[in-house]
Design a protein around this ligand. Sequence first.
Ligand SMILES: NC(=O)c1ccc[n+]([C@@H]2O[C@H](COP(=O)([O-])OP(=O)(O)OC[C@H]3O[C@@H](n4cnc5c(N)ncnc54)[C@H](O)[C@@H]3O)[C@@H](O)[C@H]2O)c1
Length: 436
Amino acid sequence: MTPTSSSPNVATRRDFLAGAAAATLATLTSAVHAAGSDILRIGLIGCGGRGTGAAMQALRADKNSRLVALGDMFADKLQKCLDNLKGVADIADRIDVKPDSCFTGFNAYKSVIEMSDVVLLTTPPHFRPLHLKAAVDAGKHIFAEKPCAVDAPGVRAVLQACDEAKKKNLSIVAGLCWRYHHGMRETMKRIHDGMIGDITALQCTYNTGGLWSVKRRPEWSDMEWQLRNWLYFTWLSGDFNVEQHIHSLDKIAWAMQNEYPKSAVGSGGRQVRTDPLYGNIFDHHCVVYEYESGVKLFSACRQQVGCAPDISDHVMGSKGTCHIETNRPPRGIIVAGKKKLWQSVASLRNPPHDDMYQNEHDELFASIRAGKPINNGEWMAKSTLMAIMGRMATYTGQVITWDMALNSKEDLTPPAYEFGPLPVAPVARPGVTKFV
Ligand SMILES: NC(=O)c1ccc[n+]([C@@H]2O[C@H](COP(=O)([O-])OP(=O)(O)OC[C@H]3O[C@@H](n4cnc5c(N)ncnc54)[C@H](O)[C@@H]3O)[C@@H](O)[C@H]2O)c1
């Protein structure tokens, strides 16, 4: 196993880009190779909770696949993931990870990409554009967890890399998993087929309690603590209206047939999440997005303990309304006044019958085998931008247009990817924090 976090491990953004280009030559053949019935080699980058799940789902999706390489920032995380996977009976015999195919640190992704045909990108979102570009440059198929960036330069890089992937016939499946939920697909089809008429307004809410956090240990540098407690630092997570609420915003984008809003205005702040443990993100965001037609989306998300939970979406139309409950069945009900017009058969469409996390890998691997690539790049990147645009609106207190957001120069990358001092950026103050 390569160095742990305490080893000197310094790299700049320029080093990464140079490395990615070098990897290209070695691996351009994998798309071709994968189209047959050969073994597909899977590499996992980001061995946390989601990565461990994604590795299981990838292995279950294709019986001729092997997990061949693991990459994580930290050796302890990697080892835990490997131990967990080895304990899962139905996939254990296809875990072919040797000590010399385990990589840690900022550069771990390079070696994993090199050894794999399909890479699972499940680190904190900050690193997604870098890893995604390197994987596309190297000609590898990709599963990319949401969100795919934390700032506009990242979104632009992802859009470009996904275009490049099209030219190379590579599959890119996004972890915006509701798009792979059959019950949700049925619901969206009803909206698209006109059951509720023209859309007149939309609402999406993602209100929950708190999430996990990691207390600082004295031996950790600023960088190590922030990486281990990544949810709470905007540069790593994008803030939770990007990291979590993107699921809701992406469902709205889907309902709108991938039309994105022209502007956003919002308010937000940090009422109860005041301890330094919670870095610099907000604990609530309320954003009104407006579409070209004048239709508005009322979007809210909150992470505050002890408050009423609500994870739901509502699409109002000229002939009826679609109510979507995303954390419990039914997944969709369409009503006209008090009359129920349609309800999704959600009771039959939950795990194990309709596991969206499994479905996305089933479709990814089927597309690779069939040589018919899936490319979710455009809506994955634009839904990420829609969320970032909301954050720009709540952080600055200004009206943010789509073009402003897309062309924003705000780059949240730290000065260097190295374990050492990294002051926490101040919490945004609407009216004071400037749009960049
Ligand atoms: N689709 C979903 O429903 C869903 C659910 C949970 C998480 N996610 C997404 O999955 C991603 C990971 O979330 P998680 O809950 O697994 O977090 P996690 O903290 O459990 O795992 C992230 C892992 O990445 C590692 N890591 C950090 N920087 C790295 C780097 N540069 N290179 C390699 N490894 C690195 C960390 O050490 C950690 O082990 C996030 O983008 C999150 O939003 C999606």
